[in-house]
Design a protein around this ligand. Structure first.
Ligand SMILES: Nc1ncnc2c1ncn2[C@@H]1O[C@H](COP(=O)(O)OP(=O)(O)OP(=O)(O)O)[C@@H](O)[C@H]1O
Ligand SMILES: Nc1nc2c(ncn2[C@@H]2O[C@H](COP(=O)(O)O)[C@@H](O)[C@H]2O)c(=O)[nH]1
Length: 220
């Protein structure tokens, strides 16, 4: 799925996509994001900062930048976030600098963020954001996934289940909806959306010159 240098498709310069996945907690965003980053060369995961405690198995700088509330507030005040929000009583924010650097070098960026963050990103960059809402196949499957992930306490899981309905109510602000029942099929769907969005004419900013050059060769 690689586009090669500078995000170009067959040598045509292209604007990077800001590819957002949101869902109720446990529907499978992190799973799908990891699969996508492995397969889609040129796609960079945005690593958020959070005040949430680290889960077993999480790695600083890979899963999140784990910071305390004072540091988070300082980052907000310094304008270091592209967006930030309070989710499940913790703060989460997208560091601005890595995203801007990736987009400037022609890479696509993948965001695993909630609906509030998506709204903020969309207001900053309406033409670059492509958003996908991931739904679980059922409420029972969602709860089962949160339990089998086995990384949160019973109380945390109950809290997230209580808020799942609220999170889901924002599905209609998203460009695409993917039901994550079979993970392989959901992955193929998300990958197809990214590919189609990369190929949109308006994102292929080098296409005019590319066609002009060929026409000149044909005419000359
Ligand atoms: N299609 C699927 N079928 C069965 N289990 C799945 C499927 N997709 C993901 N899972 C499992 O469900 C659990 C939750 O998935 P994941 O952590 O990716 O969710 P998430 O949406 O990122 O949650 P959060 O918002 O809390 O970070 C994980 O244990 C994952 O392996
Ligand atoms: N608005 C933002 N939401 C974010 C960001 N990073 C993660 N999230 C969302 O928070 C919840 C909970 O995540 P978890 O890792 O504690 O399970 C989930 O919906 C994420 O998508 C962010 O930078 N901004």
């Amino acid at each position: 799925m690689s586009d090669g240098a500078a995000g170009g498709h067959n040598g045509v310069e292209r604007r990077g996509v800001m590819f957002v996945l949101s869902s109720p907690s446990g529907a499978g965003k992190t799973t799908l994001s990891r699969m996508l980053v492995k397969e889609a060369a040129g796609l960079q995961m945005s690593v958020s900062a959070t005040t949430r405690p680290m889960r077993p198995g999480e790695v600083e700088g890979r899963d999140y930048f784990f910071v305390d509330r004072a540091k988070f507030d300082q980052m907000v005040a310094a304008g270091e976030f592209l967006e930030w929000a309070n989710v499940f009583d913790n703060c989460y924010g997208t560091p601005r600098a890595p995203v801007e650097a990736a987009l400037a070098s022609g890479r696509d960026v993948l965001f695993d963020i909630d609906w509030q963050g998506t709204q903020q990103l969309r207001s900053h960059a309406p033409n670059d954001v492509v958003s996908v809402f991931v739904l679980p196949p059922s409420v029972q499957a969602l709860e089962h996934r949160l339990h089998t992930r086995a990384q949160d306490s019973h109380d945390v899981i109950q809290g997230r289940m209580k808020k799942a309905g609220d999170e889901m109510s924002h599905y209609d602000a998203y460009d695409y909806i993917v039901v994550n029942d079979n993970v392989g099929i959901a992955f193929e769907s998300v990958k197809a959306i990214l590919r189609a969005e990369q190929l949109k004419r308006e994102r292929q900013i080098g296409i005019d010159a590319f066609v002009r050059d060929m026409r000149q060769q044909l005419e000359g």
